[in-house]
Design a protein around this ligand. Structure first.
Ligand code: PGA
Length: 251
């Protein structure tokens, strides 16, 4: 992937109904100096794919996909089918998937391989819990999530999102310094141990990002964008984040 411009990625989670999505697109301002990406619920992907036709440049993603492409997996969604209808990217390993749906690094590795093989771009999410941070385990946790989750993966269609679990949906944001340190560490592990081309690997920060704190985070040298939950639901906030990302674009 490119680190040419910052990324603003909206993770809508299990929010947004049809009318709200329509309103979002009516208010959305295209910003060509940042990457604007949105991940709605599966069922709303076709609606957003239709609406995006008047927004050159916006990418649509899924929040999850199966580790296999076909077969007896009731309730699952195949990465091949996502690709076929025009989906660009998928989030893999969000902390809510890890904790609420027991997704292990091994499963996430399978999902990532499958999604990449289907031609989707993957945003691979990692992050430590409060308990892990307080007991000094952050770096070990991040390293394990990278080395196990991205095992045997070499791809240009990959981004990483660092989301400290204690900052997601809590209103508590990591300080820019703490986030920058984690991003630098992640970039180093990716280069030295996972053998990824770390210079061209976008690493996004996630966890209570909003217009009032985005500038200080996005100005950090290893923070290439933001994965945003709550503040991505309204066009007004998404536009404000995109404008800030534009002003902080990578050198
Ligand atoms: P938040 O969610 O911005 O609401 O904290 C971020 C995420 O879970 O991706």
């Amino acid at each position: 992937m490119k680190r040419d411009k910052k990324y603003i990625v909206g993770n809508w989670k299990m929010n947004q109904e049809t009318k709200e999505i329509q309103k979002f697109f009516e208010g959305l301002k295209h910003n060509e100096n940042c990457h604007q990406w949105i991940a709605p619920q599966y069922i709303h992907i076709p609606q957003t794919l239709t609406l995006k036709q008047s927004f050159e440049g916006i990418s649509i993603g899924a929040q999850n996909c199966s580790y296999d492409t076909k077969g007896a997996y009731t309730g699952e969604v195949s990465s091949n089918s996502l690709k076929e209808i025009g989906v660009d990217f998928v989030l893999i390993g969000h902390s809510e998937r890890r904790s609420l749906f027991n997704e292990s690094n091994e499963t996430l590795n399978q999902k990532t391989k499958q999604a990449l093989e289907s031609g989707l771009t993957v945003i691979f999410c990692i992050g430590e819990s409060l308990e892990q941070r307080e007991s000094g385990e952050t770096n070990n946790v991040l390293k394990t999530q990278i080395l196990e989750g991205l095992k045997e993966i070499q791809s240009d269609n990959l981004l990483i999102a660092y989301e400290p679990v204690w900052a997601i949906g809590t209103g508590k944001t990591a300080t820019p310094q703490l986030a920058q340190e984690a991003h630098e560490f992640i970039r180093e592990v990716c280069a030295k141990e996972a053998k990824l081309d770390s210079n061209s690997l976008p690493i996004l920060y996630g966890g209570s990002v909003k217009p009032s704190n985005a500038e200080s985070l996005l100005s950090c040298k290893d923070i290439d964008g933001a994965l945003v939950g709550g503040a991505s639901l309204k066009a007004e906030d998404f536009n404000a984040l995109s404008t800030i990302a534009n002003d902080c674009k990578n050198p």
